[in-house]
Design a protein around this ligand. Structure first.
Ligand SMILES: *Cc1c(COP(=O)(O)O)cnc(C)c1O
Length: 708
């Protein structure tokens, strides 16, 4: 093999996002040109466009680099072969079938900005774990050419949304082809016209994502813009996007020669898939009832939020306008179809996407045990005749993809003390018991290193703002330059929205100031997160936090990191000491950032909402439990804040700063170990995807039509 030929496969590695969760593959790029790796925010496709020939020559001349490269390529070959995977062993009768996973966002890597937050991260982690387990899944979503916005915060704390047009040459995407080798372009009826969509392909190990894009010359300018941005448009744009995703997604799969046995709707955005599928069945001779029963048999729906605004509802006339061309033989059943989506949320009957998904899916789940119960209460009116205990709503608690979120420092400790094959057993709680045997000294060293990486990252970003953008010095303080590498650091990073109560910790500003600047035992807080571009209330919450970072009262010990995304999230969940979450119960359906933190030894400090209601054991973190009437928001906020201060003062600070003669916080590390031991097996995407396969996919893959 000549070195030239050899290096041709670099592009192949770079174009399969599998590299991002495989250390050997990641190191191929890291060690090729480390400064460039950092400058491109770890985007190997972009790196390969920019790398100097000398760097490539240096790599080829380095036997260690070459050996690593060969290893990565061999592992890629192995990773493509589904034989012997968990799925093939567990479900041999289902080999050859396909599950289509529809989602409006996928967060696989920061180089593919087609996600906004938690929903996308969940979808991305689901796909990666499906790949690892050999689950035959394909993703269907959008390739938003402008993606989601980048966030900058102005001097007075107002969020600025910056949209950048994606440079296709720098993204790990290629054009998807039909079975006869031509580019896949699908035509979708929208209103009285037809919109064309090209289909892009992204590889994530064994899983392929198919991403729709309306930015084609053949389309009118307004249609080209339909898929430009994620959550960037008005209601009219939104309903059209959802038709394109559901109807267009089903059509695109057909053109690609893929015949899914199961359709998994990740949130209601893609529920129009059911329309196209009922239509297809009707055009093949089925009556409406038989078609609906078949669609239900093979549809799985996951709902993600108890917040009413998270469930899209449109006026019927708006949907009718845009669906005008979509009916075909289903036209005679229009009224019956509309009835499937009708739901009155108190402001008159609307076309509700969640209602449509609930009525066309045979299997429905919430994303935590508590959220499963909340979902039953919330949507009971959909099934007025069914007693609560028979409602077809289950739960599969979310999990996080461990190879993606686990730092290499903690992974190295697990490898050393649990065995080189720890990843194969990490969802077994008995196996994870051995986390308790990791020596305190080694664990503390890893934790200190992770905190230091975080502060190195913060400082570098602040320096760039200072030198390149020339912002005022006060804003460099807000960006975290006065933070201390050795102080107890609390992280709070999530979407800015009212129910997550970002300002809760400021309820008693004087008490907080005393906590932060306690002599010899300081505490510092890092905030990050975006507000939805249309959510001015969320932006006011953000502004409030930003102003606090500038308030000298808090001693420069509070910072706001701009442009929270997967990249920033990695540093934060790994490098903070404690992860704070204080939503208004029960509005946090699950939450996943706390899981990412906990598996890295950053224990969770949270209200008992979402996953933490299941995850808290009494010794693996802290539970905030203010006693008040939950209907009195002011009283509840105050009580929760008091409980939060008490935990910080009486538990966190003493345990963190109490050191033995070697400088090791023994008591603290016990909590850190309990956090890793309990959260790693139970809140891993491995446990989650196995549960989806067994309880949601298996019945749909083999089951009988569902009549209700
Ligand atoms: C994990 C993650 C989220 C979701 O976190 P929650 O705990 O559900 O709020 C949002 N954004 C990014 C960038 C993430 O990595």
């Amino acid at each position: 093999m000549s070195p030239r030929h050899d290096l041709n496969r670099l592009a192949e590695l770079a174009h399969n996002l599998w590299w991002s969760w495989t250390p050997d593959a990641r190191n191929v790029f890291r060690r090729l040109d480390y400064p460039l790796w950092r400058d491109t925010s770890h985007n190997p496709v972009r790196m390969l466009n920019l790398v100097a020939p000398e760097a490539l020559e240096r790599a080829v001349a380095d036997p260690a680099w070459l050996a690593n490269y060969e290893r990565a390529l061999a592992r890629l070959e192995a990773a493509r072969d589904a034989r012997g995977t968990w799925f093939q062993r567990e479900c041999p009768e289902q080999i050859g079938k396909t599950i289509a996973y529809f989602s409006a966002e996928f967060a696989l890597h920061q180089s593919l900005p087609i996600y906004a937050g938690g929903l996308g991260v969940l979808a991305g982690d689901h796909c990666k774990e499906a790949s690892d387990l050999g689950v035959p899944l394909v993703g269907v979503g959008f390739m938003y050419p402008q993606g989601y916005f980048h966030q900058e915060v102005s001097a007075d704390g107002w969020q600025q949304e910056i949209y950048e047009k994606l440079n296709w040459g720098d993204a790990p995407v290629t054009q998807a082809l039909t079975p006869n080798g031509t580019p896949c372009v699908t035509a979708v009826p929208l209103g009285s016209r037809t919109v064309l969509m090209s289909v892009w392909q992204v590889r994530a190990g064994r899983v392929t994502l198919y991403l729709l894009d309306t930015d084609l010359e053949e389309n009118a300018p307004w249609d080209r813009a339909l898929s430009a941005r994620l959550y960037g448009g008005d209601r009219e744009t939104r309903v059209q996007q959802e038709i394109l995703l559901g109807v267009g997604g089903v059509r695109a799969l057909k053109l690609l020669g893929i015949q899914p046995s199961v359709y998994h709707l990740n949130e209601g955005h893609a529920a129009f898939a059911s329309l196209q599928r009922i239509r297809d069945l009707a055009e093949n001779g089925a009556g409406f009832d038989a078609a609906l029963a078949e669609v239900r048999r093979s549809t799985v729906f996951t709902t993600h939020t108890p917040v009413a605004a998270g469930h899209d509802a449109f006026p019927f006339h708006m949907v009718e306008t845009h669906l005008a061309g979509a009916w075909g033989d289903l036209g005679t059943y229009r009224e019956r179809f509309f009835a499937l989506a009708q739901y009155d949320n108190g402001s008159g009957p609307m076309f509700n996407m969640t209602a449509l998904a609930l009525r066309t899916a045979g299997a429905v789940n919430g994303v935590s045990q508590l959220h499963g119960e909340v979902t039953k209460t919330m949507w009971q009116p959909i099934w007025p005749e069914t007693p609560r205990e028979q409602l077809p709503v289950a739960f599969v608690t979310n999990g996080v993809h461990v190879p993606t979120w686990m730092s290499s420092e903690i992974a190295a400790l697990l490898e050393k003390h649990l065995g080189a094959d720890w990843i194969d057993h990490h969802d077994d709680p008995a196996f994870c018991q051995r986390v308790m045997d990791i020596p305190d000294g080694e664990l503390w060293e890893a934790r200190q290193a992770l905190r230091s990486f975080l502060f190195g990252f913060i400082r570098e970003r602040a320096r760039n703002r200072w030198t390149q953008d020339g912002v005022a010095a006060t804003r460099i303080v807000a960006a975290g330059t006065m933070l201390d590498h050795n102080s107890l650091t609390i992280g709070f990073a999530r979407r800015f929205t009212g129910y997550k109560r970002p300002e809760l910790i400021f309820s008693d500003a004087d008490r907080l100031a005393r906590i932060l600047s306690a002599h010899g035992r300081p505490v510092q807080i890092l905030f990050a997160g975006k507000a939805h571009p249309a959510d001015d209330v969320g932006k006011h919450h953000l502004q409030d936090i930003y102003r606090r970072t500038l308030d000298p009262k808090f001693g420069g010990r509070i910072a706001f990191l701009e442009d929270y995304d997967l990249h920033v999230a990695h540093f934060l969940v790994q490098g903070c000491d404690v992860w704070l979450n204080n939503p208004r119960k029960p509005l946090e359906a699950s939450g996943t950032s706390g899981m990412k933190a906990a598996i890295n030894g950053t224990p969770h400090l949270s209200i008992g909402d979402g996953w933490w209601a299941e995850g808290f054991t009494g010794t693996n973190g802290w539970l905030i439990e203010g006693q008040a009437d939950p209907n009195d928001h002011g009283a509840q906020d105050w009580a929760d804040a008091q409980a939060l201060y008490a935990i910080i003062e009486e538990q966190l600070v003493p345990a963190f700063y109490e050191r033995d003669d070697r400088g090791i916080p023994r008591r603290w590390l016990k909590i850190v170990k309990q956090s890793i031991r309990t959260v790693l097996p139970q809140f891993s995407a491995r446990r989650m995807v196995k549960e989806y396969v067994k309880t949601m996919y298996q019945p749909a893959l083999g089951g009988q039509p569902v009549a209700r």
